[in-house]
Structures are given as C-alpha cells and as structure tokens.
Design a protein around this ligand. Structure first.
Ligand code: SPM
Length: 372
C-alpha cells in the first residue's frame, strides 16, 4: 500500500530561468528533503533548451519525491511513500511543514497540496471517474458482494454515506441513498400509476419495482436479463428493493429473467400495449459517433418501446451525466429518427451517490390533429 501526495508551487519564472538562482534553490531543496527523511543522494536531470529539470529524492524506507520545474513558473512535487499505516510515512503535520519550507525557499506566490491518492492492491477501489473522466473518491469501506455473471462484473460495496452501492462493470449504478434516481425515472410524482399497465426494462436492483408496487398498478412486467443482480439485490440492497423481489411474481407484478428484446418484439407483434414503459437498461452512449453499435441498440429499444406504448402512454429513461451535453444532444437527435414522431421533456436530478448531476427523459408519442 502506498500513498501519493502532489504539490504545486507557483514561483516567479526568473528564479527558474537564472541558472545561479536555480542552483541555490536546488541546494536548499536538497537540504529540506534530506531533513524530511529523503536521505539518498538526489539525482537531477536537466532538460534541454533550458526547459526545466527533474530531481529524484529517495529515502531508505521506500519514500520518494520527484521535483519537476517548468520554466513558465511551476514546480511540481510528486511524493510517493508507504501508507499512513506504515510507521515511517510522513504525518499530515510533516507534510504541511515540508510545504511551508518549500514555499519560503522558493518565494512562492501560491502553492497547493492535493488530497492524497491511496494506491494498493485492495480490490475495494475507492476511485471512480465521473462520466467525463474526472476523479471521484468514494468512502467505500468494504466489498459486500462480487461476482462475474454471464453479462457483467457485479459488485456491491459499502459506503458509510450512501449505504450499499451497486457497481456494474465498475460503474456505480445505484446506492441505497438514491431514491432520487428511482423517483426521477418514474416521473417524480407527475404520473398516476393506479390501475395502469407498466413495462420495466432492466431494473434488476428492484428500486423501480418497489416504488411502483406502492402505487397499485394493474400490472407491472419487469424484464431483467441478469439473475445474479436480482439475487444480490434481494440480499444486499434491501434499502433499494425492500421485499419487492422476494417473490418474482404476485397478483399485479411479474419479474421475467430474460433478454427484453424478444419480449418487446413479441408484444409488438401481438399488439400488446402499456401505459408506461420505463427503460432502466443503460446510460445513453458516451460517444457522439452516431454509427456505433450502442446508438443502434438504443434506437432499437426506443422504436420497439414506442410500438408497445399506448398512444397516450409515457416512456421514461435515464439519459446521462448533465455535463455530457454533446451526448445528450445526440440522444435527442435519435428521438427525431424514430418510426413514430415523439416529443420529450427532461429534468436534471442530483442522485446522491453519483456525485454528478444526471439527466432523465420523459418521452411520448406526438398526437396528430385528431388526437389519435
Ligand atoms: N436502477 C439503476 C440503474 C442505473 N442505470 C445506470 C446508470 C449508470 C450511471 N452511472 C453513474 C455514475 C455516476 N458517477
């Protein structure tokens, strides 16, 4: 286990450009790092064309620091050391002292110490990128469940803040804290499900099924492909599904563990239609390349769903991170290419465990002049 601490120091660029000044600074840094336990001989590489330099400091206990200067006035320090649990790791106080000494020596205008990154072979990985690839650190403290099903890697990790979190192929899907997701994908109270026929595509965590079953619909059919997700959710995500999937069939609901596409085709062929279709299958593609398989799959689901949606029906789905504007625009363009004309509205929702805003769509068939 190791930890990485990054520091930035903004220095007047003349310090870096004047070889005499820079030599003095390097001697000062050698002393500071030596005092901090980096007792090996420093190794310096000067870059060509007066384009900065790099110095490696090392300690016999496994710590190292790389100091790199950039002539525009930036000095970065990448400090790698055994973890905090390791006796010889620098304490928070020692890291602050190191920073202060460097600030004074370098005559810094500004400095920054970044939060520490923990690096280990521990499979309970706290780092997950946002949808646009920015780093998020979760407070996961244990893996509750992990299995590779035929379809995906399924993990449930515990977070003191969010409860148990379902993670599919390394993408956090839903936490026990995330009723906001389920409310949004069922219309946030705008719809009356009483006596209605509902088709749920995916939804293996059982959140949608649980919420809908409270509302006395005539029938909910949920088609989820992955039995392993259902079984794990029933055991470890009870704050999402409660008892809704303890039995896969009841008087007004049925969970079918299959691929939904053949069912959609069969319903379309039979002329069976629903008041609501809720697509909880997957995020819309991140790519804006419209030829990709994912977009074809998405249009296939949308077209089939429109076929099984009553003329007055509503289709709900999650979209993507609110920051993925191009992908959302691309999704909206797909809506204009469906075999039936549709209108849509969208809302942006804060889903606690996502740590980024998420967009949800409500889609309906356009009514013609005669209201049909
Ligand atoms: N029933 C919940 C299904 C969730 N659908 C997939 C959404 C994936 C979103 N990942 C969000 C990651 C946020 N950082």
């Amino acid at each position: 286990m190791a930890s990485t601490t990054l520091f930035n120091f903004h220095v007047p660029s003349q310090v870096l450009l004047n070889p005499v000044d820079w030599k003095t600074m390097q001697q000062g840094m050698n002393a500071i790092f030596h005092e901090a336990g980096f007792d090996g001989s420093p190794h310096t590489v000067a870059f060509e064309s007066n384009n900065g330099s790099l110095t490696l400091y090392s300690g016999s206990d496994g710590r190292s620091a790389v100091v790199q200067s950039y002539t525009e006035g930036l000095i970065t320090v990448n400090l790698q050391e055994p973890s905090k649990e390791h006796k010889t790791a620098l304490t928070d106080q020692e890291l602050s002292t190191l920073q202060k000494k460097l600030v004074t020596l370098l005559g810094c205008e500004k400095s920054k110490r970044f939060p520490q990154i923990r690096r280990s072979t521990d499979p309970c990985d706290p780092y997950v990128p946002t949808v646009d690839n920015r780093l998020v650190e979760y407070d996961f403290d244990r893996i509750v469940f992990e299995e590779n099903s035929k379809y995906q890697n399924i993990k449930i990790q515990h977070s003191p803040q969010y409860g148990n979190v379902l993670i599919l192929d390394d993408d956090p899907n839903l936490a026990e804290s995330d009723i906001a997701y389920t409310n949004a994908i069922t219309g946030n109270g705008r719809q009356d499900y009483r006596g209605k026929e509902v088709l749920v595509l995916g939804g293996g965590d059982g959140g949608i099924l649980h919420v809908l079953r409270q509302q006395d619909p005539a029938m909910i059919i949920m088609i989820e492909i992955d039995q392993v997700v259902i079984t794990a959710a029933t055991k470890y995500l009870r704050g999402i599904c409660f008892d809704s999937m303890d039995k896969l069939e009841g008087s007004n609901y049925k969970v079918i563990v299959e691929d939904c596409i053949p069912f959609l085709k069969q319903y379309a062929a039979e002329g069976k239609q629903f008041d609501f279709v809720i697509n909880d299958l997957t995020a819309i593609p991140i790519t804006t390349e419209p030829q990709g398989d994912q977009w074809d799959f998405l249009r296939l689901i949308l077209d089939l769903s429109m076929k099984v949606l009553k003329p007055t029906g509503r289709y709900f789905t999650q979209g993507n991170g609110a920051i993925m504007r191009d992908a959302l625009v691309m999704y909206e363009q797909q809506l204009s290419k469906l075999s039936v004309p549709v209108d849509f509205s969208k809302e942006t929702v804060c889903v606690p465990s996502y740590m980024e805003l998420w967009v949800f769509y409500e889609i309906w068939k356009k009514q013609d002049q005669n209201g049909s």
